[in-house]
Design a protein around this ligand. Structure first.
Ligand code: GDP
Length: 296
């Protein structure tokens, strides 16, 4: 602990740092914090920033106080995550059009199914748009969710234009007075430029179908992807005005910390977390709960 470190540093070392006006967190506390943050995949950059923020926010004496330092860390993490617009969906329009994006396998289709279930339970009318037209399996999977939830699924023929399918879904939602359109999109990543161009086109088509659409653009990220999720967020944010993130598969990992890095670097709020494969395994994101789970 502290005693040992002090001993090692020696009297002159301590005197030097006092004279230099250096403000340092006790090294053994830094070590613990780094271990927890890096294990949960917060990432080196954000970890360093958090430590710097703690140094700046606490007085010299408090930096040796383990309890105070951890409190400051929790507060700082919560501040970063508490970006305006967190929590669930905002229904700003009828229909509210939600574009759901993310690379293959992160849980887009499942998240749409879960969301549709919740919305239906809340008494809302939902239309699903099977916009991942490149994968027959994705269209099929969405159709299964539609049947299970009891909502319409608009789908095109095999290889149909994704924009056209989503356009039709929005028209259909207007016709039947639906509250929400949840639009699935492609996520195959063999060429990044193609995917991003296509998603930009799809978003433009949505605006043509309904002024102001998409009202929400949710990026789905897989918590088990670690720092790759950070790169994905950067890539999608470059081309789409993301309004929120859904962090899936938190049930299978202790690594959800990457979301802290994403919030810090990109300022996009987390709206939902996925904690399993079943319809009910989607929760609105709660900052304090999350920070508690990550930092104890
Ligand atoms: P998509 O390619 O992005 O549409 O991904 P899918 O929705 O097909 O999901 C890929 C796999 O991840 C499926 O086996 C899902 O059941 C699973 N999955 C999705 N969300 C979660 C989650 O929150 N927890 C767990 N454990 N599995 C999930």
């Amino acid at each position: 602990g502290l005693g040992k470190v002090r001993e090692k540093e020696g009297f002159f070392g301590r005197l030097r740092s006092l004279l230099a006006g250096k403000k340092e967190i006790d090294p053994s506390i830094v070590e613990q914090i780094e271990e927890v943050l890096l294990t949960s995949d917060v990432g080196v950059k954000t970890t360093e920033e958090l430590l710097r923020d703690i140094r700046e926010s606490l007085g010299r004496k408090e930096l040796d106080d383990e309890g105070k330092v951890w409190d400051a860390l929790r507060a700082q993490a919560a501040r970063i995550l508490r970006i305006q617009g967190g929590g669930g969906l905002r229904f700003t329009n009828s229909p509210t059009v939600v574009m759901v994006v993310g690379v293959n396998g992160v849980g887009k289709t499942t998240t749409i199914g879960k969301l549709a279930t919740q919305l239906k339970n809340d008494g809302k009318t939902v239309v699903l748009a099977a916009g991942d037209t490149f994968r027959a399996a994705a269209v099929q999977q969405l159709a299964v969710w539609g049947k299970r939830v009891g909502c319409e699924v608009v789908r095109g023929k095999d290889g149909a234009n994704p924009g056209a399918v989503i356009f039709d879904a929005i028209q259909r939602a207007k016709e039947i007075g639906a509250d929400v359109v949840l639009a699935d999109t492609a996520g195959r990543l063999h060429t990044k430029t193609n995917l991003m161009d296509e998603l930009t086109k799809v978003a433009r088509t949505m605006t043509k179908a309904l002024d102001g659409a998409p009202h929400e653009t949710l990026l789905v990220l897989d918590a088990t992807n670690g720092q790759n999720a950070l790169q994905q967020a950067a890539m999608f944010k470059e081309v789409l005005p993301l309004t929120g993130i859904v962090l899936t598969k938190l049930d299978g990992t202790a690594k959800g910390g990457v979301i802290l890095g994403i919030a810090a670097e990109h300022g996009v709020p987390v709206r939902y977390i996925g904690i399993g494969e079943r319809a009910e395994d989607l929760r609105e994101f709660e900052v304090d709960e999350f920070v508690e789970a990550m930092l104890g």
